[in-house]
Structures are given as structure tokens and as C-alpha cells.
Design a protein around this ligand. Structure first.
Ligand code: UT7
Length: 311
């Protein structure tokens, strides 16, 4: 039986870049405060989910050598669809010339890992080629007068192609969770702006990352020491540091793009994953732990064994 395997990847960031110094001219803040409290130096803004997703999806398909017309399913993880409906996935599907099912999935910042776990189940069920995209444009729902939130968020997209061509499973373990009782601490009403109780999100995020990571590893039958690379949701360096300490994983094992992207929600894990892949940080057979958390409160983790695309 064939299994799903990542065979192509790409990312896209919108052109407009805002540095911390730019933000210091908009609200009462400093580059030092933002770097020290979050680890962020710059972010890209003014993105559109359909445009960013189309660009990342097109490049990922080209890398995999897959004709868009041959894609069997498009999964787009986003919480900032360009419009209420139709799904942004339908627009992207048409932009790329695909003829297949297309859905948006909303698990906020955990969306890409939710999508990856879902895609792998479709692969196991016989679906040959899947395009999975994580894309968000948080700049459109950010209150640019609120220094407590506007310094954190940015826009971007990351895409992977999943083909049913591996001899053994590449997804070894996973964990998906939602705690809707905490939904009020991070939310955005239709037509509104992001509301966040930062301290409470921080506290819960550290615990959620640890729990999701441990659960996924347990399901995979693997130990912490087996992990070669962790790809954490890029929200705050202090959250990543605290969670990895609890997991007993050195920070050097983490893929990081936070400093130059900010928190890009569903795009954050694929942006960091692609950066690690492009910098040869993953060798064949390596175990990679992806772990995200976000509004919901949602959390998600996946342990994959890296089975690189064949030349
Ligand atoms: O995908 C999930 C999305 N969300 C998150 O991951 C966010 C999780 N939370 C966090 O990352 C952190 O809580 C923040 C970065 C948002 C805030 O860091 P903190 O260490 O929790 O700071 P704080 O909220 O306790 O604020 C400390 C001080 C306050 O001033 P006072 O009351 O001590 O005088 C704030 O008013 O810092 C002030 N402050 C700022 N100062 C300069 C808040 N934002 C800023 C700012 N620049 N941008």
C-alpha cells in the first residue's frame, strides 16, 4: 500500500514589509521591547489569502513536477479567507487550473498541522495528489492602534504537495485538540479586529505545545531524543523556548523564521518547515515534530519521518 509523502514545497510573503522601527512610528513601542518580548523583528503585511496561496501553491506544484490539472484535492488552512464565501480554496483552485475538491479549513494557527494530518488520511485512503496550503492575512484584522497585538502579526503562505508514493507511512503520530471553553481569550468577530488576552494565551500555549508534542510522540512510539527537528508555531520566541524546555528539546533543534515573519497563523509552520528544508536541516529518515496552537484554543502536533522526493 502506498502512503502520502511531501514531494514539493514553497512559500510566499507579500511585498510590503513592516519593521519594528516602522511600528514605533505608529504606536508607543520600541524595537527592543518587541524583540525582547516576542523575538520578532519584521513582518509582511497587506497580503490576500487567495493571492499568497496561489503563488505558494503554484511553486510547490512546479517543484514536485505535478501538473495542477492532476491534483485530486486542495486543502487550504486559513482563518482569514478573502471573503465569507466562497471558500478561498475555490478561488485558488480556479487560479491554478485545478479540477478537484477544494475546501478551507479553519483551526487558526494550528490549521496547517490539522491539514497535514487530514491530508495524510486522504492519502492512506487512496487519494494520489493533494495540495495543502497554510495561509493567513492577519494584517487585515489587526487593530493597528493596539500595541498589545499589532506588533505580533503578519501575513504569508506556505504550501506542500503530498503524493501517494511512499512505501511506508511518513506520518507516524499525531495529536489534534480543541478547548472551546477558552475560545474567548483569542478571537475576532465578523468585520472586527483581533482580541487577545496575551498573558492567558501565552500560559496555555506553553502547556498545549508540550501536551500535543508528547501525545504525538507517544502515538508514534518514539522518544523525545528521536526528534531531529521541531517546527513550532512561530508566535513568540519565549513561548517556543518555554515549551521546548518542558519537552526537554534544545532550542537549536527548532526551525525558526519568526524574527522576519512575525506570527503568520496557519502559514507559520510551513514557512518554518520550508526554511529548514531549503537550508538542508532535514536528512532522509529524520523525524520531524510539527506543533502548533492557536485560537480555539486549538492545538495540533504531527511526527513525520522525512522521506525526500526522489530525483
Ligand atoms: O498564535 C497565538 C497568538 N498569540 C500569542 O501567541 C500571544 C501570546 N502572548 C504573548 O506573546 C505576550 O503575552 C505578549 C508579547 C503579547 C506580551 O508580552 P508580556 O510579557 O505578556 O507583556 P505584558 O502584556 O505583561 O505587558 C508588559 C508591559 C505592560 O505595561 P505595564 O502595565 O507593565 O506598564 C504593557 O502595557 O508592556 C506594555 N506593552 C508594551 N510596551 C511596549 C504591551 N505591548 C507593548 C508594546 N510596546 N508593543
Amino acid at each position: 500500500m502506498a502512503h502520502g509523502r511531501i514531494t514539493g514545497w514553497a512559500t510566499h510573503l507579500p511585498e510590503r514589509r513592516l519593521t519594528n522601527h516602522d511600528l514605533a512610528e505608529m504606536v508607543e513601542t520600541t524595537d527592543e521591547w518587541i524583540r525582547e518580548r516576542s523575538g520578532i523583528g519584521a513582518r509582511h503585511v497587506d497580503g490576500k489569502v487567495t493571492e499568497m496561496s496561489t503563488a505558494a501553491g503554484r511553486d510547490a506544484l512546479a517543484m514536485a513536477g505535478v501538473d495542477p490539472a492532476d491534483v485530486d484535492l486542495l486543502l487550504l488552512a486559513t482563518c482569514t479567507s478573502d471573503q465569507q464565501f466562497p471558500a478561498s480554496a475555490s478561488v485558488v483552485q480556479d487560479n491554478l487550473g485545478m479540477s478537484c475538491g477544494a475546501i478551507d479549513m479553519n483551526a487558526a494557527c494550528s490549521g496547517f498541522v490539522y491539514g497535514l494530518v487530514t491530508a495524510m488520511q486522504f492519502s492512506a485512503g487512496g487519494v494520489d495528489r493533494i495540495l495543502l496550503i497554510g495561509s493567513d492575512a492577519l494584517s487585515g484584522i489587526t487593530d493597528w492602534t493596539d500595541r498589545g497585538t499589532c506588533v505580533l502579526f503578519g501575513d504569508g503562505a506556505g504550501a506542500v504537495v503530498i503524493e501517494r508514493s511512499a512505501d511506508t507511512p511518513t506520518l507516524l503520530g499525531w495529536d489534534l485538540m480543541s478547548d472551546g471553553s477558552a475560545a474567548g481569550i483569542l478571537s475576532c468577530e465578523h468585520g472586527g479586529k483581533i482580541f487577545m488576552n496575551g498573558k492567558e494565551v501565552f500560559r496555555r500555549a506553553v502547556l498545549a505545545v508540550e501536551k500535543a508534542g508528547r501525545n504525538a510522540l507517544k502515538r508514534a512510539g518514539m522518544n523525545i531524543d528521536d526528534i531531529a527537528l521541531v517546527v513550532p508555531h512561530q508566535a513568540n520566541i519565549r513561548i517556543i523556548d518555554a515549551a521546548l524546555k518542558r519537552l526537554d528539546i534544545p532550542l537549536e533543534k527548532a526551525a525558526m523564521v519568526l524574527e522576519r515573519t512575525g506570527n503568520t497563523s496557519a502559514a507559520s509552520i510551513p514557512l518554518a518547515l520550508v526554511d529548514a528544508l531549503n537550508n538542508d536541516r532535514v536528512a532522509p529518515g529524520d523525524l520531524v515534530l510539527m506543533v502548533g496552537f492557536g485560537a480555539g484554543m486549538s492545538s495540533a502536533a504531527a511526527v513525520i519521518r522525512w522521506d525526500p522526493p526522489r530525483a
